[in-house]
Each structure stands twice: as C-alpha cells, then as structure tokens.
Ligand binder design. Structure first.
Ligand code: ADP
Ligand code: MG
Length: 350
C-alpha cells in the first residue's frame, strides 16, 4: 500500500540503456527520450558540459566536427561499460532530461542491461541510477524486456524465445512461466557487423573505410540471406597502399560474405540456447518459433537466415528498435503483474 502511495511521486522511468541508443519511456505516456548513447569528452577524459549539451544527440552532432581536444565516445561498448564515470554522467543527463518535473521523491526506475555484464557492472549501473535520483532501481535483462515488449506470452507455461541483436551484444533467451529457462549473450551485434565489413574491404579492396561508412553500407545494401534483387553501392575510402582517397563499388553478395562470421556466431548462441532447454520446451519452440528484436535485426532477411540455420520459424518484430523500452514500460505500468519477473532472480535484480 505504502508502495502504491509512493508510486504517485514523480514519473517512473523505464530505461533501455543500449550500447548504441538509450530509450526512456514513462508509464501511460510512452517514449519520451531516444538518443544515441554517446558523450563528448575533452582531452582530459572529462565530459564536456557546456550547457549540459554534450550527451546524446548533441554529442553525436559534434562527431567529425570536433576540434582535436574534444572526442565523442560511447561509454558502453560491446555491452560492457567501458567508462563508468561517463556512463553515469550520461545516465544522469538522460534521466534529468526525461524527468523535468522533479518533486517529491525520485522516480522508480527500471534499467535494462545486457545479460553478459558482470556483477560489478550491474552494481555500477544500479548506483548510477540511484545517484541520478532514482528512489528505487530495478535491473531487468534486455532479453526479458524485449520478450515482454514484442508481446510474447512469457508468463504462460510454454516456451517463448527472443533474440535481441543490438549494437554491441546479442541477447538470446527462452522464457517460460516468467522465468528465463535458457539464455545466451554474446558481444556480437551491429558493431561487429561493421568491423567485419571494414576488414573485408581492407582485405579485398585495399580500401580503408570508417566504421560509420561501413554501417551505412550495411544499412543500405546489407543482408543475411540472398536477396531477390541483389544490390550494389559505391563507397569511398583511403587506399591502403597509396594513402590516397579512392572509390569502389561493392555488391550485397560481398557484404553478405563479409558478415558470414558474426552471423554464424549469432546462430551458434541461438543453437546453444535451444540446447539448454528441456525436450518439452524445445518442442514448444518448433511451433512458437523465435522472435527477433533490436536494431541489428533490421538486417535484410535475417529472419529467413536464422530460420534456415536453426529449423525454427523466425520473425522480426515490427517494433524491433523499441521492444526493450516498450517491455520495461509495460513492467512499470503493470507493476503488480510483472513484479515477480522483476524480482524473480538474482540475475535480473540487484
Ligand atoms: P543497442 O540496444 O545496443 O543500443 P539498438 O537496438 O538500438 O542497439 O540497435 C543499434 C544497431 O541497429 C546499430 O548497429 C545500427 O546500425 C542498427 N540499425 C539501426 N537501424 C537500422 C536499419 N534501418 N537497418 C539496419 N540496421 C539498423
Ligand atoms: Mg538494445
């Protein structure tokens, strides 16, 4: 009861602290913030806080236009917190921005984190959210949040499988009766796709391109499975040998070849997770299939590729990029219903 009364103070916040993007939603309202997880720092490594505008969109706009003394960094890389202090600065900035009405007690906050982060990192996220003014903090695994967000019946006695491919990590989980029965988390996602493309172009075209250019190429013509109409695109880079700028035309078949390794790692973690299920739950999966979420799942025909590789039906959620934020928002809106999920295991909550 006391809990319920306290719940009226301030807006509660559901935070998807992603390696590429941070999304915050408010129960009953929806998405209130969607910004890249980046911070501008000066040469001493401190965040540039000119008017508090060095985080998120503002920092992203500084990319490529910064003087030598300012750098734009991502505090979370590959799902791990590369820089605790910057992560906290970023989280605090986002929480304040999403919560202009600060009165009474602080908000109740759910922060979604990758399954592969260490207890020390979980503690750091927890403390950051608390120091940023949260009254009560819950950590929820991204996979569970995504499963709830895409509408899987995770509270029912049947196996639901989710595979969330983010910028830094891929999170896979099979959930039944609200509990994770098998899961896997690897540090492979959109960033690893881009690195593979950069490597491929260096090796096969002697062309050095930036990760951002590789990402654009992947978004424009990337695929995981043959396309009915294959595509091609011109890309600019620096010739590795002459050091001079040069262009090359790359095909979608080549990008697929470049992505073969990181994609097979995703297949491996999906298969390993299926392997960790009891035969009955595995049998459920044959009917229920696999739902894909996260920005990495927007790679063309990745559903078809995973279906071929695993033998399970696979679909990409239409709300791939916001599934985690939506799921954690639902947890707050239906707190009583999902409370058990939030408090069910030490893996999820600290
Ligand atoms: P995170 O949860 O780690 O923040 P997201 O789920 O936000 O990651 O996904 C970020 C990834 O999604 C990036 O690697 C980005 O390149 C990729 N992405 C975003 N939009 C698209 C798109 N339209 N097509 C392909 N990939 C996309
Ligand atoms: Mg994510």
């Amino acid at each position: 009861m006391l809990q319920r009364i306290l719940g009226f103070f301030g807006d509660d916040l559901a935070i998807d602290l992603g390696t590429a993007n941070t999304l915050i939603s408010v129960p009953g309202e929806g998405l209130v913030l969607n910004e890249p997880s980046v911070v501008a720092v000066d040469s001493g490594g401190a965040a540039v806080l000119s008017g508090g505008c060095a985080v998120g969109h503002m920092a992203r706009q500084m990319l490529g236009r910064t003087p030598g003394s300012i750098d734009v960094v991502r505090p979370l890389r590959e799902g791990v917190i590369a820089d605790f202090q910057l992560c906290e600065t970023m989280l605090r900035y986002f929480i304040r921005k999403a919560q202009p009405r600060r009165w009474g007690l602080g908000p109740r906050v759910i922060v979604c984190v990758p399954g592969c982060i260490t207890p020390v990192e979980k503690r750091a996220v927890f403390n950051s959210a608390q120091r940023a003014g949260a009254r009560q903090v819950f950590l929820l695994s991204e996979a569970k949040a995504a499963a709830i967000g895409v509408g899987l019946p995770i509270a029912e006695p049947t196996a639901s499988m989710i595979c969330d491919i983010g910028g830094g990590t891929t999170e896979v989980a099979v959930i039944s009766l609200g509990d994770t029965v098998a899961s896997g988390s690897i540090r492979v996602g959109g960033d690893a796709f881009d690195e593979a493309i950069v490597d491929y172009l260096t090796r096969n075209y002697s062309l050095r391109v930036s990760a951002a250019a590789a990402e654009q190429l992947r978004i424009d013509i990337g695929s995981a499975f043959p396309l009915p109409d294959e595509m091609s695109e011109e890309i600019s880079g620096i010739d590795v040998i002459s050091g001079l700028p040069r262009k090359a035309t790359v095909t979608s078949e080549e990008i697929r070849e470049a992505l073969a390794d990181p994609l097979s790692e995703i297949v491996r973690v999906v298969k390993r997770t299926i392997d960790g299920c009891t035969p009955d739950l595995a049998a459920d999966l044959v009917d229920n299939g696999l739902v894909l979420s996260g920005g990495g799942a927007l790679l063309r025909r990745i559903d078809r590729y995973l279906a071929e590789q695993t033998g399970l039906p696979a679909v990409v959620s239409p709300e791939a990029l916001s599934a985690v934020a939506r799921g954690s928002q639902l947890c707050l809106e239906q707190f009583a219903r999902w409370r058990r999920v939030l408090e069910s295991s030490d893996d999820d909550i600290y």
